[in-house]
Design a protein around this ligand. Structure first.
Ligand SMILES: *[C@@H]1O[C@H](CO)[C@@H](O)[C@H](O)[C@H]1NC(C)=O
Ligand SMILES: *[C@@H]1O[C@H](CO)[C@@H](O)[C@H](O)[C@H]1NC(C)=O
Ligand SMILES: *[C@@H]1O[C@H](CO)[C@@H](O)[C@H](O)[C@H]1NC(C)=O
Ligand SMILES: *[C@@H]1O[C@H](CO)[C@@H](O)[C@H](O)[C@H]1NC(C)=O
Length: 292
């Protein structure tokens, strides 16, 4: 399924319907996982959108690894997010996850290793799901002296893998080094064989719907198609999700999900990276309908 912005929705009819519905059924709790160098404060507008369209929804944004602490290695962050997410999940008949940017990769680590999870809608908002290869201002902030073509010298070392960005740094010209050194993204995407692959795939496949949101004006996620599971080949030509090896081999369940009709891509132009979670059009077009 591919959704793009053509028509304008009717906010009043929509809020009215939501009000009527909520008086009959309760909404599943929504858990938001923030991105790099941000925290719960950046998600207050999104929480308001949810509260307005689905009144009474319990929305939680964890204050975990906020701001500079978001640079900690992702497996370490996954440990704490797993515990926090699980504590909400245990008390609910299903939850929805909205994971922004780097938070999307944290959510994937959590779901892979939480075999009894009850996530219903898994929503990735501008998340570098296939990795990152671009020197955005974020990168210059972390590694001021390095340009992207040389960053692998740092990232693909034991030391480098202790920085979150390096956990999903995917240099298309250093494929062998990436596969050897990436201790997060490569195993998670099933780009290397490992003992947990089947268990992780089974766990991931418990979700009901996967929503991938991104767009070409993002400005940070590079290539932007990484947010819909596309990525560069060695010529820096973007290969779309369906032609990626991990998709074809169904290495982590993506192809199976897609064959169930459970993968939704929502591509929206005109949205910069840090605006995804506060843009009402994005919310109404790509997120709202999956939060019931
Ligand atoms: C949700 O909306 C209701 C009604 O407008 C308001 O009273 C309440 O404070 C809101 N809750 C949150 C957490 O924003
Ligand atoms: C929302 O969920 C959390 C975690 O389950 C719980 O502690 C909190 O009391 C809930 N809030 C409301 C208003 O139900
Ligand atoms: C497999 O999972 C176990 C238990 O969670 C973990 O200790 C181990 O490091 C994992 N192995 C790999 C290769 O990811
Ligand atoms: C929100 O997204 C729409 C849809 O692409 C875009 O046209 C608009 O400029 C965005 N608004 C803001 C404030 O970013």
């Amino acid at each position: 399924m591919e959704v793009s912005i053509i028509s304008c929705s009717k906010p009043f009819a929509f809020i009215w319907t939501a009000l009527l519905l909520s008086s009959v059924v309760g909404y599943r709790p929504v858990i938001i996982v923030h991105g790099i160098l941000d925290g719960p404060r950046q998600f207050e507008i999104l929480a308001r959108f949810i509260n307005e369209s689905h009144p009474g929804t319990n929305v939680t944004t964890f204050a975990l690894y906020d701001y500079i602490a978001s640079l900690k290695p992702l497996w370490q962050q996954v440990e704490d997010f797993r515990q926090a997410i699980n504590s909400i999940m245990k008390r609910a008949d299903g939850v929805h996850l909205i994971c922004f940017s780097q938070g999307g990769l944290i959510c994937r680590g959590v779901l892979a290793t939480l075999p009894k999870h009850n996530v219903h809608s898994l929503i990735f908002l501008a998340s570098p799901l296939a990795g990152q290869y671009g020197d955005s201002h974020y990168l210059r902030y972390f590694f001021p002296k390095f340009i992207k073509t040389r960053l692998y010298h740092i990232c693909y070392t034991g030391w480098g893998q202790k920085v979150s960005v390096c956990n999903y740094w995917n240099d298309p010209h250093q494929r062998e080094r990436y596969l050897q050194s990436s201790n997060y993204l490569a195993p998670l995407n099933g780009e290397i064989e490992h003992v947990n692959l089947t268990a992780w795939r089974d766990s991931f496949l418990r979700i009901h719907i996967l929503v991938l949101i991104g767009g070409n004006d993002d400005g940070v996620i590079t290539p932007w198609q990484s947010s819909i599971f596309g990525f560069y080949d060695s010529d820096e030509t973007v290969v779309e999700m369906e032609n990626q090896d991990y998709y074809r081999k169904d290495a982590f369940g993506l192809k199976t999900l897609d064959s169930r009709g459970a993968v939704v891509k929502c591509v929206v132009p005109g949205v910069q990276h840090t605006s995804w979670h506060s843009n009402l059009t994005v919310y109404q077009t790509c997120i709202d309908k999956w939060l019931t």
